[in-house]
Design a protein. Sequence first.
Length: 374
Amino acid sequence: MTTKKLFERIDSVSIKNLTKKFDELYAVNDLDLDVIGGELLILIGGSGSGKTTTLKMINRLITPDSGSITINNIDTKEFDEVTLRRNIGYVIQEIGLFPHLSVKDNIGLIPKLEGWKEEKILKRVKYLLKLVDLSSDIFLNRFPKELSGGQQQRVGLARALAMDPRLLLMDEPFGALDPILRKQLQEEFIKIKKDIGRTIIFVTHDIDEAFKLGDRIAIMSNGKLIQVGTPEELILNPKNKLVANLVDADHKFRHIENLKTKDLMTPIDKKYKISADLTVKKTKDEMVKHNIELSIVVKDGKLIGCISLSDLFDKKPKETIKKLIKKPYTFHINDNLSESLLEMKKQKQFIAIIIDENVPVGIIYANEILLNLL
């Protein structure tokens, strides 16, 4: 019998008051956490923090003592356990490939149990091997013992994707690999993530891995959620010392690759914005009134350019400022901060305007940013 497809897409995974005890010890204690459809959410924490137990309760490998888990607002308890698991991909550190089955049969096992025809299984397996950067000509009929650790992990990921699940659970999938291979697979996984466009909940104990892969990161300790946010939010606004220590918030320069221009920009106050239709006199009067030497020129809220007070001297008072406007150096709010600073250094610029949909929203000063990061 073919398993019913439960989700055409994942809009949300919501965990409410989730609790699990083993004997008298809380593995997960009153956990509330919402996962946004399409995101890669990292669960991170030390040993015993509850992250793996949480993951296993999502696909009902472990039954919670209380609380609820809903997918698209439907309680997972309403689904048949086997049907639920076949609709959720699951990748673990130990991989769990069947040693007596070939790569093809490992990946195609669930489709075969689902009654797929051999031709359809083979087509799917070849597609997935290509997705995880393994040649089907070379690896299709090999057995797990003939594969390296990295190759086995790729096959494990391909197997988890065999039924095209909309939700993927990953429990320290790269944890047992050497550092160089681990970084290589992280890079490959970033590409795969973009290709498959799925909702992913990913457990790790490595903060660098979390920053590299995660859209948001949920930090757990002693079965409780401590803080959830983007890498930038955790670095710049850690909730407590535990979070600060985990993300090494005191050394922000270490994380510059994870920051965007919006994270350290200075918001533009209304007084800095002037209309492109103003005269030289009116512009000068406004700048003197507000004690500023640089104004951002806008039209219908959109950035036109900038003008400095010195540009207005010796100009005709009734003349409009349109011909005096200079083209500013700009970046988008989501541009990488490190790359933006390097570009400013290359162009010998110390100030840049940050825009969102061509609306000026902030300013970055290269020297000030570097001081804030040290």
